[in-house]
Write a new protein. Structure first.
Length: 101
């Protein structure tokens, strides 16, 4: 099939760069990946993967906790704060990025 149509998309630059890095390791140009995605939409008659909001684990989802469990978690957080067992958000996010990249 001839490729003559053009798509102009605005995407997050970091997301684009991260995707290009992975696609490069796979040997797939971005245009081919987009073409593959569009072909899958046509083949399956919709988005080719489940589009859902993941459920948080029960141990961090307040809506799944009893009142006692919720208050116990609040108390543990309060006790950690009072004892100085804390980190600055920037440090915590930096550690998270390093361990998940």
């Amino acid at each position: 099939m001839e490729k003559s149509a053009t798509l102009n998309l605005r995407v997050n630059p970091t997301l684009k760069s991260d995707a290009e890095t992975i696609l490069s390791r796979l040997g797939i140009p971005m245009s081919t990946a987009v073409d593959m995605f569009l072909n899958q939409i046509v083949l399956v008659g919709g988005i080719p993967f489940s589009v859902t909001v993941p459920k948080p684990p029960a141990d961090i989802d307040a809506s799944q906790m009893t009142e006692a469990q919720f208050h116990e978690k609040l108390q543990r957080g309060y006790d950690d704060c009072r004892s100085g067992n804390t980190k600055k958000a920037e440090e915590a996010f930096e550690e998270f990025r390093k361990s998940h990249s």
